[in-house]
Design a protein around this ligand. Structure first.
Ligand code: UVW
Length: 322
């Protein structure tokens, strides 16, 4: 990974005065800031559909060029179980009336190993996950704040693309490069589409292009670019009632906070404490090219994460409609 200072503060200490939404939507809530997206937000987002252009944001699972994953995870393995060769002499294909043949396959995959929604209980500190549920409820599968309720609800709203790579005049952001909420606001202003309350934020860094260019060297000194923690940034997310943060990186934020060395501070400050849902490894390239051309940076965003019982995350193919 990287040279994390041993002096990195404990998350509980770093975030002791940080805002929290625990209890805001009741003691049993498992979808957090998605509660900000109701019929009013859906109807407003639908009005952004003008040209009928459709974009899908999932990266290919089993990409011949490789699947980028968080260090320690492995890419999905797809296995062909049945194909035409199974009906060759001595093959395992069953003899169906009428002569039916078919192909079957299966995958062995990290649920967090491709474009995905994190469950609100995906990570924690101090023995408590989202909404104050006991972290022991994660043992053997998430009994609380799993991805199930998020998948059950679906995610629909107005989203804004924040093309940070283009804003900074770069093909891709660099390893460990950071930006703040003020940079997001400036990027949105430069794109002519200010961020509104309850917007889904879709941030492009194009960092994963380096995975394809560098191969295994990509993981050396792994430190993704992204948003960096500050109390002001967390308060901005809270004040703006941001329901969902979508990025094209593996973990949504700068991996190691350059100011204190802590890993994934915002996963905790935003997801564990505020209930902001995180969506990772999105493919934003076609969408970003189109936004640069038609200058429409706000659009209808629809995501139906897969319903997987007790899961800490689940694959998704979000759809953007302009
Ligand atoms: C971790 O939480 C470690 O990673 P991610 O959010 O990318 O699944």
């Amino acid at each position: 990974m990287t040279d994390t200072p041993v002096t990195a503060p404990y998350l509980g200490e770093l975030l002791k005065d940080a805002p929290s939404n625990w209890g805001k939507w009741g003691p049993d809530d498992e979808v957090g800031a998605l509660n900000y997206l109701g019929p009013e937000q859906v109807l407003a987002a639908v009005k952004l559909v003008r040209s009928g252009k459709v974009f899908t944001l999932q990266r290919l699972i089993g990409d011949p060029k490789g699947d980028p994953v968080w260090p320690g995870r492995t890419p999905a393995v797809r296995t062909q179980v049945l194909d035409e060769s199974d009906w060759d002499e001595g093959g395992k294909g069953a003899d169906y009336p009428g002569g039916l043949h078919y192909a079957d396959d299966k995958i062995d995959a990290y649920l967090q190993g491709s474009t995905q929604y994190d469950a609100l209980g995906h990570l924690w500190y101090d023995g408590k996950i989202w909404n104050g549920f006991d972290a022991r409820t994660t043992v053997g599968g998430l009994q609380k704040a799993s991805v199930e309720p998020i998948a059950q609800r679906g995610v629909v709203g107005r989203a804004v693309l924040l093309d940070m790579a283009r804003f900074r005049g770069k093909a891709t952001l660099e390893k460990g490069e950071t930006f703040t909420h003020e940079d997001l606001v400036a990027c949105a202003e430069a794109q002519g589409t200010p961020i509104q309350k309850r917007d889904i934020l879709v941030i492009r860094t194009n960092f994963l292009q380096l995975f394809h260019e560098q191969g295994e060297a990509f993981y050396e000194g792994f430190n993704e670019p992204g948003l960096v923690y500050s109390p002001e940034l967390v308060q901005w997310f809270q004040d703006m009632e941001i329901p969902n943060l979508v990025t094209d990186t593996i973990a949504n934020e700068v991996t190691f906070d350059p100011n204190n060395g802590v890993a994934l501070v915002l996963h905790n400050a935003l997801m564990r404490n505020l209930g902001v849902t995180l969506t990772e490894i999105a493919d934003l390239e076609q969408l970003a090219a189109d936004c640069a051309e038609d200058q429409q940076y706000a659009f209808l965003y629809v995501a139906a994460p897969l319903k997987v019982a007790k899961a800490a995350g689940t694959p998704v193919n979000p759809v953007v409609i302009k």
